[in-house]
Design a protein around this ligand. Structure first.
Ligand code: 0X9
Ligand code: ZN
Length: 429
């Protein structure tokens, strides 16, 4: 009797300690501001303390009654919590131990003999991705070519793979890019997934076979190599590229604000320290320039443009740079609607869909809007898993489902384009 009472006391004390004791891990908090004062406080916390805003992307978008996801490293946790307490802002802990998840994401037992079978269900460093690009093209020399599109600010190569599985020159093409935003690790993982699926299931799966018989596919696994490397070596939460601003005080341009589509209007920032800094002028960055230059030379062949991001589970199409509807709004809406329905049916997961500006937020200078205005009518941005449970720290065990969902969306869209082609004749867009 006595010992059980002691046990109960110890348990209660532990619980109290867990709730009030000092935070010993990097955490992600979810907070919902209830008043303009709360909004102000959260904006201050996210800009003045060492934290990283996961959602929304930048502090000016924090608004009342909308959940904020905030990464709080252990060394600023006491001050953040104190501020929240003073202003009566309650929070929920989304991730209690972020270091554990980072460790999980970077674990890479290549000495394990089983590791090769799980290669695509793990995250890979930039160096490993470069090796993978080389190996994939060597092992499939008849169907895969490596293209050097340019180099990054820190002079790293920007490679794309060209998959040509069936004969025929000047086929229409599908473009897929990943890793514009450095911290969105599921994105490069998807590009790798897509390539291995295409090579492995051509001739076996009827949908991918039909797609690869009709399109060449360009896959750019890491559009922002400097930023991606930085997330592996220095700061897991980095988003932008690594170019140094003119006055030398801040680093990074948001590459998805640097394209020439209503560049640097509302929804982007001209301040070099902002997470949504648009850069000095459209295509000021070597990374966005490499992609734009290539697509300009291929614009008559590239029929589908898809850019892969995370997180929030959305299938988006133009425009994001204006609230006006794109001329092809209805047709693009039907396509993402069908893709989302198939994902729901096959994987029991919900994806929102619609034009970017109304579905996520106004965000000018994005690659999808630029590609659309270039004449690539079927232009999309996919935001993969999840909706915030793990956010950017999606565990490796979730990679396969996240990628299969995105794969189904790519297939649905490409097949729809082919159906249209059959309807309106082969020489039309
Ligand atoms: O803000 C972005 O660039 C994308 N969201 S993310 O959370 N991955 O940063 C959305 C891009 C939608 N398209 C355009 N803004 N053009
Ligand atoms: Zn992104």
């Amino acid at each position: 009797m006595k010992t059980s009472r002691v046990l109960v006391v110890v348990l209660v004390l532990n619980l109290v300690w867990a709730r009030t004791g000092p935070q010993t891990h990097d955490q992600v908090l979810s907070l919902t501001p209830k008043s303009p004062e709360h909004v102000e406080v959260l904006r201050n916390i996210s800009t003045q303390f060492e934290t990283s805003l996961w959602q929304p992307v930048s502090s000016e978008f924090i608004k009342a009654e909308s959940a904020v996801h905030l990464f709080v490293p252990v060394n600023s946790s006491e001050r953040v919590r104190e501020k929240l307490r003073t202003h009566g802002i309650t929070h929920e802990v989304l991730l209690a131990n972020a270091e554990e998840l980072v460790e999980m994401q970077t674990r890479n037992d290549s000495s394990d003999p089983r590791s090769s079978s799980t290669f695509y269900e793990r995250y890979h460093s930039l160096e490993d991705i470069y090796l993978w690009i080389n190996r994939t093209s060597q092992d499939n020399s008849a169907s895969v070519k490596v293209l050097l599109l340019g180099s990054s600010y820190e002079k790293r190569p920007i490679y794309a793979l060209k998959l040509s599985l069936s004969p025929g020159s000047d086929k229409k093409a599908l473009w897929l890019d990943c890793g514009i935003h450095a911290r969105e690790w599921i994105s490069p993982a998807f590009c790798l997934w897509f390539v291995q699926y295409s090579l492995g299931f051509y001739g076996l799966n009827s949908e991918i076979t039909q797609i690869l018989d009709s399109f060449d596919v360009y896959v750019l696994p890491v559009l922002n190599p400097d930023g991606y490397r930085y997330t592996w070596t220095k700061n897991r939460m980095w988003r932008k590229n690594r170019s140094v601003s003119q006055n030398g005080r801040c680093v990074g341009v948001d590459l998805n604000r640097n394209f020439d589509a209503n560049w640097c209007t509302e929804g982007a920032s001209s301040s070099p320290c902002s997470e949504i800094y648009c850069g000095r002028f459209p295509e000021s960055e070597p990374e966005s320039q490499a992609v734009s230059n290539f697509l300009r030379t291929q614009k008559d062949l590239v029929q589908i443009y898809i850019s892969i991001h995370s997180y929030s589970q959305m299938l988006l199409f133009p425009y994001s740079c204006t609230t006006e509807q794109a001329p092809d709004h209805q047709e693009l809406l039907e396509m993402v609607k069908e893709a989302a329905q198939r994902i729901r049916r096959h994987y029991r997961n919900n994806y929102k869909y619609g034009a970017g500006a109304e579905t996520i937020y106004l965000a000018p200078g994005g690659s999808d809007d630029w590609a659309y205005n270039l004449g690539i009518k079927y232009s999309f941005t996919f935001e993969l898993q999840d909706t915030g449970r793990y956010g950017f720290l999606l565990p490796p065990s979730h990679i396969s489902k996240a990628c299969n969902e995105a794969l189904l969306a790519v297939k649905t869209i490409a097949l729809k384009v082919l159906q249209n082609r059959a309807k309106i004749g082969p020489n039309q867009n």
